[in-house]
Design a protein around this ligand. Structure first.
Ligand code: SF4
Ligand code: SF4
Length: 138
């Protein structure tokens, strides 16, 4: 299975080789999709973990043991569905395929599992309906 999660590092461990340690200890594939982190500061990584479910859970427990918060991407991205006019602009911008206008209703559908938190939808929506909380450094 693959799972995308946002890791929030406290300043005390943001300079540590945490990902290296994770890969060595748990033999897990880690794809870093986005990084906003510097030693000595609070930072965030958007990562995709590719492993069996029990290993993914072990990885999350490892992060927690090091004081690193783990949050699924979907919990950080939202849009105001009630104001959406289903124009499709955001779906055109979303190369990950998380936003799609599909038949039979031709309305916007959001699949959080596919979202990589690239933020392209934020700029593409003429009504500015999207919000994303990714990094405390933003
Ligand atoms: S953040 Fe990127 S991947 Fe996620 S819904 Fe927006 S455009 Fe799609
Ligand atoms: S760009 Fe905005 S208004 Fe248009 S479909 Fe996407 S969320 Fe709805």
């Amino acid at each position: 299975m693959t799972q995308k999660i946002i890791l929030t590092f406290p300043s005390e461990v943001s300079g540590d080789p945490i990902i290296y340690e994770l890969i060595r200890t748990y033999d897990i594939k880690v794809n870093i999709l986005k990084a906003e982190i510097q030693p000595g500061q609070i930072g965030t990584l958007l990562v995709e973990l590719d492993a069996e479910e029990d290993k993914v859970e072990q990885a999350k427990a490892f992060f927690t043991s090091r004081g690193i918060a783990t949050n699924p991407v979907s919990s950080r991205i939202s849009y105001d569905e009630s104001r959406c006019i289903h124009c499709g602009n955001c779906a055109s911008a979303c190369f990950a395929g998380a936003l799609r206008i599909t038949p039979p209703d031709w309305r916007l559908h959001f699949d959080p599992e596919k979202c990589i938190a690239c933020k392209l939808c934020l700029k593409s929506c003429p009504l500015r309906l999207f919000s994303i909380e990714f990094s405390p450094l933003n």
